[in-house]
Ligand binder design. Sequence first.
Ligand SMILES: [Zn+2]
Length: 480
Amino acid sequence: MSDYKMIENEVDQLEGLIWDMASDVWSFAELSYEEFESSALESSALQKHGFEIEQRAIGGLDTSWIATWGNGAPVVGFLVEFDALPGLGNDTVPSKTPAQNGNTNGHGCGHNLIGSSSIGAAIALKRHMEKNGIPGTIKVFGCPAEEALNGKNYMAAAGVFDGLDVCLHNHPAMVNTVVNFHSTAAIDLWIEWHGVTSHAGTSPWEGRSALHAAEIFLVSANMMREQMEPTSRLHYQVLNGGEAVNVIPDYAKVHVRYRGKNARDVRKYKAWLEDMAKGAGLATQTQASVTNLGGIYDSLPNDVLASAMNQHVERYLPIDWTEEEQAFARAIQREMGKPEEGLATDILPLPTGIEVGGSSDVGDVSWLVPTMGVVYASWPKHIPPHQWGCTACNGMSIGRKAGLQAAKVMAAQGLELMTNPALIDAAKAEFEKQKGGETYRSLNDVESNPRGSLDTDQIAHFECCLHAAMEHFGVDETHD
Ligand SMILES: [Zn+2]
């Protein structure tokens, strides 16, 4: 029997474990930073199967951990995510129907599959290595708050990814391919102004409007767009612009996200935005302050790892869906007004040289260690993530099958890395080439707080590069 057949058998033996974990985490559906049950369940599954939890609560993130097994080189990492999204709770039916347990949060991005597939792959790989006397170390990273874009960057700043030879990840999607995209770096800032309140009718001259400062800031920021590179993006929300129309507001708050082609570009425009905040304060005689909520690096592609992983994608995907599953998918597409083409039954051409406008906290990992991931169809074509239809699929047989095959891709890739030092050397050479001589320096402030005090509505609007990549493929008919 070939090695890949043997590792596939190991994963198949873990099918119940992989699905029970995915299914439980689907029911918990816990939001970013609050994944206490999901995080505990998944770390204890690794402990039960012989992994040691070497660290918890890394970089100020209570639900993070590292589970390790094995000895010596090579050292291969697997990334786990487990956070859900607000407002996306849904039953496992092809219509917008509340979840039976009443949970209004839902796994509309399928992170319930990410954790269980990575963990299933890690346990299967460990078993195979034990039986065959293969040396090496497996490290599994429990990474919170991907939806808030503030998990892996804080873990990276704490140094936990140092010493890995390669890191692997997975994400459910509407297509089957490898994550070989270059995404944008990004930073989130809160900008606040403090002025003086006053009666807007009787004595406006006594007041100093913080809202005016916010307005000047936003006008300036929009003018800055003309001097941004085409790859850059600027988004903002006004979080506070005053309490009553007849009161000069003494407080205003704006959330700004800037995305640029790399960390150097993000640093440059962050400094400009900070100057604008101060300038708006001077112009209105209010006090400006800027809080850095956290920054993430652009994701580096790795053509060597992408073509290696693509062979395993072709080995275990696409999935053979039943007619009931395809009918379930088409019913969701009908409800959402999308072409009724069901679930993907193909693999996209190996992506290379593709830029996406979104961002992911996997970016920080990809600057520290050669990194590659698989995306796999787990919801219908043409349905971007963060929707109820994705939640429905991730909690039933479609998600079950998808998660199992993803675990096989990850386990097989892990095995190839453990037994083929030339592949690791080539991946590292490609990694150095992609970095182009730059070194990683976290975009977070040393004292910054990964939680900020983000509310759930804000978290709902966050997105990752995978989503952008999926949209990219979803709308581009040449890839569809
Ligand atoms: Zn996601």
